[in-house]
Ligand binder design. Structure first.
Ligand SMILES: NC(=O)c1ccc[n+]([C@@H]2O[C@H](COP(=O)([O-])OP(=O)(O)OC[C@H]3O[C@@H](n4cnc5c(N)ncnc54)[C@H](O)[C@@H]3O)[C@@H](O)[C@H]2O)c1
Length: 361
């Protein structure tokens, strides 16, 4: 471990955050914590790429650089942990944080399968304290929160149908349909549960194959959901849209329809053309949401708690993803098992960024 002397005067009384994984997402979180968010300082970083971790630490005010995640989680200077390493590492690291009694902002998904998510949920329930916030951060995106507020204000009456369109500009790697569901559609599944304020009963999944000789590879995934209360959702994830990154949400209700503007750029009128730039990726499109998410986390983590999407939300989203994967295999709609929500998650968080909708919430 290499320590770059912290300034006690600056960090005293603020939340010491340890970051595991300092790549695209972890680097963004680190810069937000280092430069934009009050009440926290980066106490430690860890990445299997030690040079990357050291560079991020240096850029964000200096922090201890660890070679081992367990050591970072156990370190006394680390009050709370932000996990932004690859998906397969999430469950073990989140469980380690729970066992250490430290609040954790764990990037989505909660694991790479339902068993992973279940382990995190069980560990948190056994500990009896909500320590996990899952990085399902669209509930902090101003466009999403405005839409949610309008639904809650009764603008469209009872929501009937959620439509989610999730476009990635280009695919750098060939992805399987299951990976796209677990890694990407999990955001849209969470949004659907949150905005429809209901749990999913049934999923029908289809996809368009990318490489004809490898039917598991995908270009575009389509999920159709039926909620327990009878509402519906349709989710498209296009991994190679060819024009930019875009997330569009529309909710149709009994008395009207709400739709996010989706793009954040101004309209340019020039040379006979009116146009708008499309964001390149999620880091651009959800720039504000990442800051608001981490600000909210820091606020409650300083009290040893968690906000936003809970481990239950992460688990519920994974249950839907799991049923979707089964549906791809079976070719028919698959039921999502109905499980009672553990008392720890009742009553749910509400308000911007609050935990998402189970039926009773
Ligand atoms: N919430 C969101 O909108 C959002 C967006 C993108 C990515 N993510 C999630 O964030 C996580 C990281 O994604 P990314 O895009 O930053 O990937 P990335 O590849 O850019 O970064 C991952 C980093 O983790 C490091 N790493 C690999 N194995 C590790 C290990 N065992 N321990 C510690 N570090 C390890 C890598 O060296 C790399 O620096 C993923 O789980 C992804 O699903 C979330």
């Amino acid at each position: 471990m290499e320590t770059d002397g912290e300034d006690e005067a600056v960090t005293e009384g603020t939340l010491g955050v340890g970051i595991v994984g300092t790549g695209g997402m972890g680097g963004r979180h680190a810069r937000n914590l280092g430069h934009r968010i009050a009440g926290a300082h980066i106490a430690a970083v860890m990445d299997v790429d030690g040079e990357r971790a050291a560079a991020v630490a240096a850029e964000c005010g200096g922090a201890a650089v660890f070679a081992d995640a367990a050591e970072l989680i156990g370190d006394r200077a680390v009050d709370a942990v932000l996990i932004a390493s690859p998906d397969p590492t999430h469950a073990d690291l989140a469980v380690a944080c729970i066992q250490a009694g430290k609040p954790v902002l764990c990037e989505k998904p909660l694991g790479v399968g339902l068993d992973d998510a279940r382990r995190v949920l069980d560990a948190e329930v056994a500990g009896g304290r909500k320590l996990v916030q899952v990085g399902l951060m669209r509930t902090y995106d101003p466009q999403h929160t405005a839409l949610k507020q309008a639904i809650d204000d009764g603008a469209i009456g009872r929501p009937l149908l959620f439509r989610g369109i999730h476009k990635h500009w280009r695919a750098d790697v060939v992805r399987t349909a299951v990976d796209v569901i677990v890694n990407s559609a999990v955001h849209d599944i969470h949004s659907a549960r949150w905005l429809m304020a209901d749990d999913v009963a049934k999923v029908y999944a289809n996809h368009v194959t990318d490489l004809p000789d490898r039917p598991e590879t995908t270009r575009l995934v389509l999920l159709q959901l039926v909620f327990r209360g009878g509402g519906l959702a349709e989710i498209e994830v296009d991994v190679d849209a060819g024009y930019g990154y875009e997330v569009i949400v529309e909710v149709s209700g009994e008395r009207g329809t709400l739709r996010t503007p989706s793009l954040t750029s101004p309209i340019l009128r020039k040379a006979g053309v009116a146009s708008r730039a499309v964001e390149a990726d999620w880091l651009e499109r959800f720039r504000a949401a990442y800051v608001l998410e981490t600000e909210a986390w820091v606020r409650v983590a300083r009290e040893g708690k968690a906000a936003g999407a809970t481990a239950w939300d992460g688990y519920a989203a994974m249950q839907v993803a799991d049923a979707a994967a089964r549906s791809l295999d079976s070719g028919t709609a698959e039921a999502v098992p109905e499980e009672p929500r553990p008392a720890l998650y009742d009553p749910a968080c509400t308000g911007p960024g609050g935990g998402s909708g189970g039926q009773a919430e």
